[in-house]
Design a protein around this ligand. Structure first.
Ligand code: GDP
Ligand code: ZN
Length: 378
C-alpha cells in the first residue's frame, strides 16, 4: 500500500483507479496530515502513469485514533464464540472502547465460528446484546453462514473490523472478498504528526455480487488492556445502555450503582438466562415497554470497566500532580516551568544570539524559537 517514495495511494471513484499521489508542498508546510480514509482533491492526473497530486484534504466526519483512520462509519467488533473461548468481559471492553472512539455509531457485534457451537448457544449471545440495541450477526467464515447479512451491513460504508487476534477477522474478510490483494486507500505519516511511526492502516475494497456499491473495510490489530480507552468513572454507566436507561431513575444522585442500598440498577440485576430464548410472542412485546433488566454478566463487566476507569483516573491525577510540582506559580493562573540550571544557560545563550538578529515578533517564531524560512508559493 505505502509507496516507497513516501506517497499516497488514492482511489479515484470516477476512473475506478488507484493513483500514486504526492501531497502539494503547501499541504506539508501547513502540516495538514492526510490519513487513510481521508477524502482528497486531486490535480495533475496522469492516467497513463497512474499519478496525481493531492491539493486538498476535506474535513473529516470522524476520526479513529488507533489505528489512525478517517471517516469511519462503523466498527464491526468480531469475537469468536469458541476457539478462543468467548469472553464477555473482553467483548464489553471492546464495545466501550469503540463507543468512545466513534460516539455517533453503535458498534456491530459479529460472533464468528458459529459452526463450533449449537444454535442455542449462539442465540444466547444474540439474546444478551440485541435487546440493548446492538446489531448482532452470527457468522462462520468456515461455512459462510451469516455472511450475506454481514455484507449487507457494509454497503457504501467504511467499516473497521476489530477484535482480538485469532477470532477470524482476516478469514471473514477473505471470504467476503477473495481477491483482497486489492488493497486500496490513503496512507499517512509522511509528514506532520506521527512522521516517524511505521504503523499505518489499510482500507480494502469489497465488491461482491450482492453489493451495488463497494464497501470499504479495514482490519485492525487487537488491543491490550493499556490501549483501551476509558471514560471518566462517572461516565462509564452511559456506555452500558441498560444501565444508562436505569440511571436516571436511581434515587441517589451521583450514584455509581455499585454499593448503595436501594440503588435502582442494583435492584434490576437479573439472571442472564432470562434474556436467552426466543424474542417473539408476548415476551418480546413486554420487553419493548418495560426497561430492560441488567444481566448479571453485563453488570460484572460494568464493575470491572468502572474499576479500570477509576485506576486510569487516579493515574492521570498522579501524573498531573507531578507536573504541578514541576512548575512555578507566578501570580494568577500563570505558571512557568521550573527550569534546571543547564536549561537556563541554554535559553540565555539563545536569547543573546537573537538580539543580534532583526526584530522578530514572538509569534513569528516556531516552536524551537527559530525564525521560520520565508514561505514560498507552490
Ligand atoms: P484473525 O487473527 O482475527 O484475523 O483470525 P484469522 O482469520 O487468522 O483466524 C484464526 C484461526 O481461526 C484460523 O486458524 C482460522 O482458520 C480459524 N477460523 C476463522 N474463522 C473460522 C470459523 O468460522 N470457524 C472455524 N472453525 N475456524 C475459523
Ligand atoms: Zn444507583
Amino acid at each position: 500500500m505505502r509507496s516507497h517514495a513516501g506517497g499516497y495511494l488514492v482511489f479515484e471513484p470516477q476512473l475506478k483507479l488507484s493513483l500514486q499521489c504526492q501531497a502539494r508542498k503547501r499541504l506539508k508546510k501547513e502540516r495538514v496530515s492526510i490519513l487513510t480514509g481521508d477524502r482528497v482533491e486531486l490535480s495533475d492526473l496522469d492516467v497513463e502513469q497512474g499519478t496525481a497530486v493531492i491539493t486538498r484534504c476535506h474535513d473529516r466526519r470522524s476520526l479513529l485514533s488507533r489505528p489512525p483512520l478517517a471517516n469511519v462509519d462503523q466498527v464491526v467488533i468480531v469475537q469468536a464464540v469458541r476457539q478462543p473461548e468467548w469472553n464477555q468481559l473482553w467483548c464489553d471492553r471492546y464495545i466501550v472502547h469503540f463507543q468512545l472512539e466513534l460516539p455517533d455509531s453503535m458498534p456491530i457485534l459479529c460472533f464468528n465460528k458459529c459452526d463450533l457451537v449449537d444454535e442455542a448457544q449462539a442465540a444466547t449471545l444474540r439474546g444478551i446484546y440485541e435487546p440493548l440495541g446492538y446489531e448482532v450477526v452470527l457468522v462462520s467464515a468456515k461455512t459462510g453462514q451469516g455472511l450475506e447479512r454481514l455484507i449487507s451491513l457494509l454497503e457504501r460504508k467504511i467499516s473497521v473490523f476489530a477484535g482480538p487476534s485469532g477470532v477470524g477477522k482476516s478469514s471473514i474478510l477473505n471470504k467476503l472478498e477473495p481477491s483482497l490483494n486489492l488493497k486500496i486507500g490513503v496512507m499517512d505519516h509522511d509528514f506532520g504528526v506521527g512522521r516517524h511511526t511505521t504503523t499505518y492502516s489499510k482500507l480494502y475494497q469489497v465488491k461482491t455480487a450482492e453489493l451495488l456499491e463497494p464497501a470499504w473495510v479495514a482490519d485492525t490489530p487487537g488491543f491490550n488492556l493499556s490501549e483501551l480507552r476509558h471514560p471518566g468513572p462517572a461516565d462509564v454507566m452511559w456506555q452500558f445502555p441498560e444501565i444508562a436507561s436505569l440511571s436516571n431513575d436511581c434515587k441517589y444522585s451521583n450514584c455509581l450503582h455499585i454499593v448503595e442500598d436501594g440503588c435502582k440498577v442494583i435492584e434490576s440485576i437479573g439472571d442472564d438466562e432470562h434474556e436467552a430464548g426466543d424474542s417473539d410472542g408476548q415476551n418480546g412485546a413486554a420487553r419493548t415497554s418495560a426497561p430492560p433488566l441488567v444481566s448479571r454478566s453485563r453488570y460484572q463487566s460494568y464493575t470491572v470497566v468502572l474499576g479500570e476507569a477509576q485506576e486510569e483516573y487516579n493515574f492521570r491525577r498522579t501524573i498531573s500532580t507531578k507536573h504541578e510540582s514541576g512548575v512555578k506559580h507566578v501570580g494568577g493562573d500563570k505558571v512557568i516551568p521550573r527550569l534546571k540550571n543547564s536549561y537556563r544557560a541554554v535559553s540565555r545563550r539563545k536569547e543573546k544570539q537573537k538580539l543580534g538578529h532583526a526584530v522578530v515578533f514572538d509569534d513569528e517564531l516556531d516552536v524551537d524559537g527559530e525564525v521560520p524560512e520565508e514561505e514560498s508559493e507552490d
